[in-house]
Ligand binder design. Sequence first.
Ligand SMILES: *Cc1c(COP(=O)(O)O)cnc(C)c1O
Length: 355
Amino acid sequence: MRPTRALIDLDALRHNYHIAQQRHGGHLFAVVKANAYGHGALACAQTLSWDADGYAVAFLEEALALRGSGIKQPILLLEGIFDPTELFEAARHGFWPVIHHPAQIEMIVKTDLPAPLRVWLKINSGMNRAGFPLGDTRRVWRQLMVSGKVEECGLMTHFARADEPECDATTQQIHAFDKATRGLPGARSLANSAAILAWPDACRDWARPGIMLYGADPIPGEGNGLCPVMTLESRIIAVRDLPAGEPLGYGARFIAPRPTRVGLVAIGYADGYPRSAPDGVPVAVDNKLTSLIGRVSMDMLTVDLTDLPEAGIGSIVELWGKQVSVNQVAQSAGTIAYELLCNVKRVPFIWNKSD
Ligand SMILES: *Cc1c(COP(=O)(O)O)cnc(C)c1O
């Protein structure tokens, strides 16, 4: 079998959850949408089942999978419901849909439901992606309450720039949200991971940490004590000596500036390692740092072993994990850790046991 795998450290996941808890206080929805950012939604949800106050997913099917695996806590549907049947199912299973659009209110008013609903009303406080206008907050809240279908209504918003501690957009969003919701009853939920770490003013009744649970700091370099959960690793499967001046790989992107010992690694962009990674991105070979050289291919990539004479066929290569930060790979490749983590595929996943 090809020696390539994603190792998922579930103890690290619990460690990171506890950091979120300490930093925020109150309750947390552990965000496990998109298969827990590529880490395995069921394994991650079950690992946190003693700790998590609730979970958040993007849509109904993701929530049903969690319920089906025995998860008892509240589950927030971040995109809400898409049709009356979904609304019915959400009520039946006790999921908490986010209500961010008038069509969803209309569905609530018109659909006979098997149980009272608990919803979260999403206010657009400045990101301008989803949510009701600030000025509509009271009217929409009243519409929900007089529908007779809603037993509790939380109030939430989402930040566009919480990962920029020097930028006052988040403060403005917090103030706008507070002003629009002043006096209304109900729990508040504002903070994503970056806000939990950088904006104590955003800490209210419930937070929604995602990326920080997986150990990628949303504000790289802050030293928040997060522990990477995923290690993506493979092995050296061939070695070759490349004379100075010789090209390496597709497009001859890399030309050996000196006699270069090249290690061939059994992982490529079809596994989720970014093809856009340039020469020089760090990789760890047998726990020593070196770099990617040459363009990443579909099933393979090449690394520089010139200064690692001990390394050879069979050496373990960490593409990201506890030695190579996924943030650093993402930054070099012109993307974010979220995208890299969500995109790992074709490789076997191994979850460590957590007690
Ligand atoms: C995905 C998501 C989160 C989690 O964000 P992180 O940056 O991963 O912490 C929180 N809130 C909403 C509305 C989301 O869509």
